[in-house]
Ligand binder design. Structure first.
Ligand code: SAH
Length: 393
């Protein structure tokens, strides 16, 4: 797929994936970037695929394959998961062949050994890929030979693989195991070797998720088994990414850990919408705030009145639901109702959208149409630079 796929014209074409394991995330990212219309048919899928379905980026039918699924399809990809539903894949290939539909296989050879480990959030440490030989054996605490793995936290940037750093890409390519989040640049997973295990630990807001303690365990278990583990996160690992919790878990366990910073969506999403977070003569700084706990929420530790008076651009992450309450708090503290606001949704993807409004409108509960998570919101004079897409673009 990664070779031939580059030449196929897929924009607007219907592509069917039968099976939705984590190992398919790279392909899904690639197909989304190529603007294919994706349908996934599988009783269960990796969390990030479910998340994309809930965000309307693809369609997921939570059931087994039926021949009628092939109607109108240009390309079928058989994605083994290691589960009993894989038995249907042979029929999928036959049906597609008979109907003259192109069929591709997602690197099938290692799935049975991975035994469903990549199929979703409940992934364990074994069975898994064999450790990278270059890691080398070292004596364990009891004297027997044992390999020592490592954990590398990689900031994946806001979603476009082009915004992943070179160091981050190198780490991903060198990994035995990639533990991935839903907002990471999924497309970079497309050219991992067949031995590389992909584990999806996405957290869907108010939905399916892997608890942080479990994520820490997965990282440690694989590293202790001698594997090079990459923890691929969206944006920067230390900007609301719970990165330090993972670093501390590794340190406590004596597992070597390092961090490759990433391009945070807090700066990149505005930039991609034409909004600079600072601008000479206009604003001398910016603050990045989590909107998770609204200003009137007892859990909030942010002094919104001081922020309102600070004169810096305010960048809110995880704040779509709380936007009206945030705007109301800022206006109540004296920030002008005319202050421009820009919301950037699904930044750095083919689905990126921009919406503009004012603090006053938001504080009255009027959220512009199309505003949905994930979004970065910029409050302040710089938001006036937001580039509106052409009306029929
Ligand atoms: N560590 C990440 C942030 C994690 S918190 C970073 O540095 O970017 C998750 C929040 O980040 C989302 O709720 C949203 O506010 C923002 N976000 C991440 N990726 C985004 C994207 N591609 N488009 C818009 N917002 C995004």
């Amino acid at each position: 797929m990664s070779d031939l796929g580059a030449q196929l014209r897929l924009a607007g074409r219907d592509v069917l994936l039968v099976g939705g394991p984590a190992k398919a995330l790279g392909l899904v990212g690639r197909l989304l970037d190529r603007q294919a219309a994706i349908t996934v048919v599988a009783p269960s899928v990796a969390t990030s695929i479910q998340d994309l379905a809930e965000r309307g980026a693809l369609a997921w039918h939570a059931r087994t394959y039926a021949p009628a699924d092939l109607t109108g399809i240009a390309l079928v990809v058989a994605c083994p998961t290691g589960g009993p539903e894989d038995e249907a894949l042979e029929r999928v290939r036959d049906d597609a062949d008979r109907a003259g539909i192109l069929v591709a296989d997602l690197q099938a050879d290692t799935y049975r050994r991975a035994a469903g480990a990549g199929a979703g959030a409940g992934a364990g440490a074994s069975p898994g890929p064999t450790p990278n030989p270059s890691t080398g054996p070292t004596p364990g605490p009891t004297g027997e030979a044992r390999t020592v793995g490592s954990v590398t936290l990689v900031g994946g940037g806001p979603g476009d693989p082009g915004l992943l750093t070179l160091a981050g890409l190198e780490a991903v390519r060198d990994a035995d195991v990639v533990v991935v989040d839903r907002l990471a640049p999924l497309e970079v997973l497309r050219d991992l070797g067949p031995h590389v295990q992909v584990i999806d630990v996405a957290k869907i807001p108010r939905g399916r998720f892997t608890p942080q303690e479990r994520i820490n365990e997965v990282l440690l278990d694989h590293a202790r088994a001698g594997r090079k583990v990459v923890r691929l996160k969206g944006g920067d690992p230390f900007v609301f990414g719970r990165g330090m919790e993972e670093v501390l878990a590794c340190r406590e366990a004596g597992v070597p850990v390092d961090v490759i910073p990433g391009v945070t969506s807090a700066v990149a999403a505005p930039a991609l919408a034409g909004v600079p977070v600072t601008h000479r003569g206009l604003v001398q700084g910016f603050a990045v705030i989590s909107g998770h706990a609204a200003p009137d929420d007892p859990r909030s530790t942010v002094d919104w009145a001081s922020l309102a008076a600070s004169g810096v651009s305010i960048v809110v992450l995880m704040g779509v639901e709380t936007l009206p309450r945030i705007a109301a708090a800022l206006v109540a503290a004296g920030r002008e109702a005319q202050t421009p606001v820009a919301c950037i949704m699904d930044a750095a993807t083919t689905r990126q959208r921009v919406a503009t409004t004012t603090l006053g409108e938001l504080s009255a509960g009027r959220i512009p149409p199309g505003v949905s998570a994930p979004a970065v919101t910029v409050v302040g004079a710089v938001a006036q630079f937001a580039a509106q897409p052409a009306p029929d673009a």
